[in-house]
Structure formats: structure tokens, C-alpha cells
Design a protein around this ligand. Structure first.
Ligand code: FAD
Length: 319
């Protein structure tokens, strides 16, 4: 077993996903404890240039036309060969659509333990993870040989995993990738709808805490005053209160506004995945243990029904 910490680099349509940088930052912390290197695993086709911004000591690069776009089938085949050969101390995956598509099966096939929904790690190889949608935090020690960790965003900054130093890139030998059961036929862009929330500077995210559909109109008044657009957690969209194009998270859009004002959203990992890249998050929630406070710069432990009207009065007074 080596002391190295590996990171599966996620990229979509020629762009490294933020979760990859977040994982590199976490991997650096683990590697400080093990005394090993941070190693990126980059799989793609003519995609070596994506390694340039990664804050890794080195990058293992697998190039093949079948890896041009992510498929669980091709990624699993490559990783099933690579990981037992290299025996890293730990491998970090995103607790994302891509990561979830490979890590569970790999964990079972290679008989390697997996810590899911991991928020942070420490140099003494302890990891903090969420269960029950973030309502309970668990501390686990990485024992044995290799471990898998599936990371959720929030704790580490994207910039901490970026570097312009350009890591050493080493090609890897790939297994046969000619009998794949899954291939990508078409990439479908998410529907934009009336407003493209991915382009907005100020967003108000509403969650189940707003209680009824009628209250959306009330929050829209606040949005008008702040020059903001409204987006939502999945239950709000599932109930038909707002269109799918306004949903933030794993099943919706990833947003990066300058300000994300979260109202009555608990901060489940599937939601945080889509908004953790916001420059500033202000969260209003009555529950002091709501996981949204872990990603918020400012947290307001308050009943939103007692807050919104006085807040609107204050904004009107000062504008
Ligand atoms: C495969 C999969 C994909 C998913 N994809 C997504 C996705 O893309 N996006 C997404 O959002 N979710 C997604 N989910 C659902 C996700 O797991 C959560 O269930 C969801 O995010 C919870 O939404 P919420 O925070 O609005 O509701 P809840 O978790 O019910 O939270 C409501 C919050 O409001 C607070 N609150 C209640 N009343 C008040 C008040 N008066 N004032 C202040 N605070 C109050 C409560 O304390 C609570 O924290 C997905 C789930 C799965 C399994």
C-alpha cells in the first residue's frame, strides 16, 4: 500500500468540475498526514490539457475514445484495474452524479470500504461525514489498506485545489474498452426556462420551510427589492410551485451567484451540490443544526415568517 491519496477528476464537456478541485484540497490535507502525494486520475480523450489547473503532485492520465465522455461502464473498467495495481491509501470520489455512478459498484467489486457524504478530512486520517440527509454527523477513522471517500462540497474552497504549476502527467495502461454496455448517445442541456438561474448574481433559494405555494409571491416581493431571482430546493419543484428550471442541486442546476440567500432549506447534500460554489451564502433556518449552516458564511437562526416583512421594510427604508 502506498501513502498516496488519489482523486478521480470529474469533467464535463471539456471543463473540470468544481468538485474535483474541492477533492484535491481535501486530499492535500490527508496526504499531509500520510506523507504521500496527491494524485489525480484523469480519464478522457485528448483531454490532457485539463490537468493543467489541478493542484496535484501528479496526474495519471488514461486516454481513449471510449473515455471522451463519462460512462460508469468505462470508468469502472479502468479503475478496477488501476486501483489494485497502485494500492493508494485512499481514493476520493465526488458524492455527485458521476461519483455515485462508479464508487458504490467499485467498493463492492474491489471489497474496499466506502465513506459516503464526507464533509471534511483531517491529517490523522479521520473523516467527518453526514447521514440522514445531514441531520447526523459521523466521525470515522480510515483503517486497513485502501479506503474510498465520496466528498460533498461545502467545507473546502475550489481555489484551494487549483494551481497553475501544472502537475507531472503520466499516461496509464488501459484495459480493453471495446465491449462496453453503456455509451453516451446525446448530451442534453438542462432546460433554461424563463430565467437562466446559473447566470444570476443574486438568488433567493426557497425550501420546504416556506410552507405554502402562496408564499412564493411574498418571497418574489423580496426578490424584486433585492434585484434577485428565485430558485428552489427539489420539494418545491416536485410540488409544482416553481418550474424545474429553477431547481438547484443534483437533479437541477449548479449555480454560483455572488449572493445566495437560502430561506427554509435544510442543506441536504443533493441541494448543496448545486450551490456550494456561491460566493456568499446567507442561510435562514429555525433549526440550529441544519446542515445549510455548514456552507453559509452568515447563518440566521430565525423563523423566516418573522424576518421577511421587517427585512423588506428595512430595505425600502434604506433605498
Ligand atoms: C437522487 C436524489 C436527487 C436529489 N436531487 C435534489 C436536487 O437537485 N435538489 C434538491 O434541493 N434536493 C434534491 N434531492 C432531495 C434532497 O435529498 C432533500 O430532500 C431536499 O433538498 C430537501 O429540501 P428542503 O431543504 O426544502 O426541505 P427540508 O429538508 O424539509 O428542509 C426544510 C427546512 O426548513 C426549515 N424551516 C421550516 N420552517 C421554517 C421557518 N418558518 N423559518 C425558517 N426555517 C424553517 C427546517 O428547519 C428545515 O431545515 C434529491 C434527493 C435524491 C435522493
Amino acid at each position: 500500500m502506498t501513502k498516496d491519496i488519489y482523486v478521480l477528476i470529474e469533467h464535463v464537456q471539456g471543463k473540470v468540475a468544481d468538485i474535483s478541485y474541492i477533492m484535491l484540497a481535501a486530499a492535500r490535507e490527508l496526504a499531509e498526514g500520510t506523507g504521500g502525494e496527491v494524485v489525480g486520475i484523469l480519464l478522457g480523450h485528448e483531454a490532457q490539457g485539463l490537468a493543467e489547473t489541478l493542484a496535484a503532485d501528479k496526474v495519471l492520465y488514461g486516454d481513449h475514445p471510449a473515455l471522451a465522455e463519462f460512462t460508469p461502464d468505462a470508468y469502472q473498467k479502468v479503475l478496477e484495474k488501476l486501483i489494485p495495481e497502485k494500492e493508494p491509501r485512499a481514493v476520493l470520489f465526488g458524492s455527485t452524479t458521476i461519483g455515485a455512478d462508479v464508487v458504490g459498484t467499485l467498493s463492492s467489486q474491489l471489497d474496499i470500504p466506502l465513506v459516503d457524504s464526507c464533509v471534511s478530512v483531517s491529517a490523522d486520517s479521520n473523516v467527518i461525514s453526514q447521514i440522514c440527509g445531514g441531520k447526523i454527523m459521523v466521525e470515522s477513522a480510515l483503517e486497513g489498506t485502501t479506503s474510498f471517500i465520496a466528498m460533498i462540497p461545502g467545507h473546502y474552497k475550489v481555489e484551494s485545489g487549483q494551481s497553475d504549476a501544472g502537475p507531472e502527467v503520466t499516461p496509464i495502461e488501459l484495459p480493453a474498452l471495446d465491449d462496453l454496455r453503456v455509451t453516451l448517445r446525446q448530451y442534453i442541456e438542462p432546460e433554461i426556462g424563463d430565467v437562466d438561474i446559473t447566470q444570476e448574481d443574486v438568488l433567493i433559494g426557497v425550501g420546504r420551510g416556506i410552507q405554502t405555494e402562496d408564499n412564493i409571491e411574498w418571497i418574489e416581493e423580496l426578490a424584486d427589492l433585492l434585484g434577485a431571482e428565485i430558485c428552489a430546493s427539489r420539494p418545491i419543484v416536485d410540488q409544482g410551485w416553481l418550474p424545474t428550471s429553477r431547481m438547484v442541486g443534483k437533479s437541477g442546476q449548479s449555480v454560483k451567484p455572488k449572493l445566495y440567500l437560502s430561506l427554509g432549506i435544510s442543506g441536504a447534500p443533493e441541494h448543496v451540490e448545486g450551490m456550494a460554489g456561491s460566493e456568499m451564502v446567507i442561510a435562514v433556518n429555525m433549526d440550529p443544526d441544519a446542515p445549510i449552516f455548514d456552507v453559509a458564511k452568515y447563518g440566521v437562526e430565525f423563523d423566516l415568517f418573522d424576518l421577511i416583512d421587517p427585512l423588506m421594510d428595512k430595505i425600502e427604508e434604506t433605498s
